[in-house]
Design a protein. Structure first.
Length: 412
């Protein structure tokens, strides 16, 4: 026996034992007890508010997401990287601030560019690890062919390539337009059918499913099974159908025996626009106040993430890529990443992780810095110039405002 400097007795190893020990250590996975090549599912809503889920205090019925939170971890300080669509999605898929990757603003169908072509996406990173990859839903990172999902690491794509209030509202499969005007009422159902088929067809191959929903961005659409069924108007119907979709995905995992080898994450790209609730937070979409940036975030992985936990640690959309890279043994992108690995938070081993301040942008301009429970807000303006609501939405907005007054919330 040999005594360490701290006074412990440790066994002496001969040369052969030392080499064997070193070899075994090198062969161990990056995260002990985590299955090799876990499946990754990331579900992203469009304009869902912090206060729009049952487990975050909403009256909208979201039993599947509530069960997902009860079976995993729910975050109360999870921040998007930007208060609008395209920049937020660019940051998610690259782990970098949107100003670094060429997407400081919302992209439109006529734009000739998108997410910089020299950026490594989460899908490309996992594809290099022999993952099957699919994107289902709203892309919004460039419409020309070189910028579409199938050119950015995804094997397959099904969805609308930008927001559903932009024209022409085409539905695409891979690079082909299959509907010149996508039927919004059937969209969530069709997305879900595509997702469950992808899961069932995966076999034993590891997969990455990125599911950025079109809703609850307006104009809204809901199938006959959900329209008029919630107590919160059409917006509630749409959120309840998204909740149903999450339940179908979890059910497909269970049926395929994949549940215990799949990390499922759920959040939103930014805060609510005209409809929806930011909870008790100030501000909405387009603002760098917390209501425009802070989002629901739920992560579930039976056997790996403890059930029923709530974390108040500061986390970011940009943290997804480095966390997934570690879990899947993937090589990090060559360019510097702004997110951090939050796996210690997800396992409950750490209550918080030291990190550089998170920066909030309005286009190219920095407006805020968030560090732990402190926030510096120096902006003299927010680009939340709420334009008049789209034609036909006045009735729905009046309904939402009335409900907000009843519950003591501000509608703006």
């Amino acid at each position: 026996m040999k005594t360490s400097g701290a006074g412990f007795s440790i066994p002496a190893l001969n040369r052969r034992e030392l080499l064997i020990s070193a070899g075994l250590s090198a062969a161990l996975p990056l995260v002990s007890s985590v299955p090799r090549s876990p499946n990754i599912i990331f579900i992203l809503c469009d304009d869902l508010g912090y206060g729009d889920l049952g487990c975050y205090g909403s009256k909208i019925r979201t039993p599947n997401l509530d069960r997902m939170a009860a079976g995993g971890m729910r975050f109360t300080n999870f921040c998007s990287a930007d208060p609008v669509c395209s920049p937020s999605r660019a940051a998610l898929l690259t782990g970098r601030y949107p100003t670094r990757v060429g997407v400081p603003r919302v992209l439109f169908p006529q734009d000739a560019q998108g997410l910089n072509l020299d950026e490594t996406t989460l899908a490309a990173m996992l594809k290099a690890r022999n993952y099957r990859t699919m994107c289902i839903g709203k892309w919004h990172l460039g419409r020309p062919a070189p910028y579409l999902p199938t050119s950015r690491g995804f094997d397959e794509y099904f969805g609308i390539p930008y927001s559903n209030d932009m024209n022409p509202r085409v539905l695409m499969h891979n690079g082909e337009v299959i509907e010149e005007a996508a039927d919004l009422d059937s969209l969530t159902k069709r997305y879900t059918e595509q997702a469950t088929k992808f899961i069932h067809d995966s076999g034993q191959s590891p997969f990455f499913l990125y599911m950025p929903h079109t809703f609850p961005h307006i104009p809204l659409g809901a199938s006959a099974a959900f329209r008029g069924k919630s107590a919160e108007g059409l917006y509630g119907d749409v959120v309840e159908e998204i909740d149903w979709s999450v339940g179908e995905i979890i059910r497909a995992l269970k049926q395929g025996g994949l549940e215990r080898n799949t990390l499922v994450m759920f959040t939103s790209d930014n805060g609510p626009w005209y409809l929806g609730s930011p909870g008790k937070l100030r501000g909405r979409k387009n603002t760098t106040y917390e209501g425009g940036i802070r989002e629901p975030f739920i992560a579930r992985w039976p056997g790996q993430i403890p059930a029923g936990r709530v974390s108040d640690a500061l986390a970011s959309m940009m943290d997804v890529l480095p966390t997934v890279a570690r879990l899947c043994g993937a090589a990090m992108p060559a360019k510097p990443v702004d997110g951090i690995d939050i796996w210690p938070l997800l396992t409950g081993k750490e209550r918080s992780i030291e990190r550089p301040p998170l920066l909030y942008f309005d286009g190219w301009d920095i407006q805020c810095a968030r560090w732990m429970n402190w926030k510096l807000h120096i902006a003299r303006h927010n680009t939340a110039a709420y334009t008049p609501a789209p034609v036909g939405w006045q009735t729905q907005l009046r309904f939402t405002a009335a409900r907000a007054l009843q519950s003591g919330q501000r509608s703006r």
